[in-house]
Design a protein around this ligand. Sequence first.
Ligand SMILES: Cc1cc2nc3c(=O)[nH]c(=O)nc-3n(C[C@H](O)[C@H](O)[C@H](O)COP(=O)(O)OP(=O)(O)OC[C@H]3O[C@@H](n4cnc5c(N)ncnc54)[C@H](O)[C@@H]3O)c2cc1C
Length: 293
Amino acid sequence: MKPAAFDYHSPATIDEAVQLLSELGDDAKIIAGGQSLMPMLNLRLAAFDHLVDLRRIGDLRGIEVRDDSVWIGAGTTHTAIGRSAQIRSNVPLLAEATPLIGHFQIRNRGTIGGSIAHADAAAEYPAVTLALDAEFDAISPRGVRRIAATDFFKGLWGTELAEDEILTGVIVPIRSGRTGYAIEEFARRSGDFAIAGAAVSVRLDADSRVEHCAIALFGLASSVVRVQTVEQSVIGLRADDIEPDGIGVDALASLSSIPADLHGSADYRKRVGSLMVARAWRRAVEGAINDQH
Ligand SMILES: Cc1cc2nc3c(=O)[nH]c(=O)nc-3n(C[C@H](O)[C@H](O)[C@H](O)COP(=O)(O)OP(=O)(O)OC[C@H]3O[C@@H](n4cnc5c(N)ncnc54)[C@H](O)[C@@H]3O)c2cc1C
């Protein structure tokens, strides 16, 4: 199928894009890589009178170390992130997650900003940004604001972004201390969205006690979620004394509801999800123990 007719706009600067969105109002929609939006338009699940394409805006692309964080422009493609040496050494979880997203054609066009704004509950980048305590910069006619990932994702495809707000960048803290990371997911075929997945980061102190940890789940609730009660329950414990399978069971037990669909019942997702958390926890702890940074 083809999408319903729309007017196409291709601003060259962020200011121009902000101005356009403000003038066109609710009838306009941002398009970046088009890898989520175009299928929805083609299937006529959505229709807009105007599409505002961000791809000409150079200021939305790039990867830079800024103080103790890495800034990633919202228009940076998954492929550019996967190939970046800066990302591999400073934010290894993002590098590990990238090949799990779709296929290379999708990664060549899809952008991190599009993935975050689309906020699919089974998407890798939203879960990874949650696990890394990332923040997002957004701009609108009302100005610029920074939003913590933990405040951003709101229920099914919902986010903190207003209709006229453009995500400009993702800010991820650089690894510090004895840290380890891992992402694990189960999908029926390589490139499919995950049926269940977990992204984990763990920081240990000199005595190998958990100083900080984050467990983010994807495909297991109406949006990506952190399981903070479980995280808090292991702070201060020695890593050796924590049973990964127990963390997996506790993480899934803490969810108020687990989705069921053609790909799996809630009970199936609960079992697979527990296993993904346990695997990711085990690998993250191993990484922290062996961390030479
Ligand atoms: C076959 C297939 C398999 C896929 N598999 C996976 C997978 O396994 N894991 C996964 O995570 N994703 C998967 N995807 C989705 C893919 O990663 C998308 O690229 C991504 O979700 C959206 O990025 P985009 O740049 O293409 O955004 P677009 O499709 O252009 O836009 C998506 C949404 O984000 C909004 N948006 C885009 N950029 C901005 C911005 N800067 N500010 C504010 N709003 C913005 C748009 O208005 C739209 O609502 C798959 C897609 C396909 C077609």
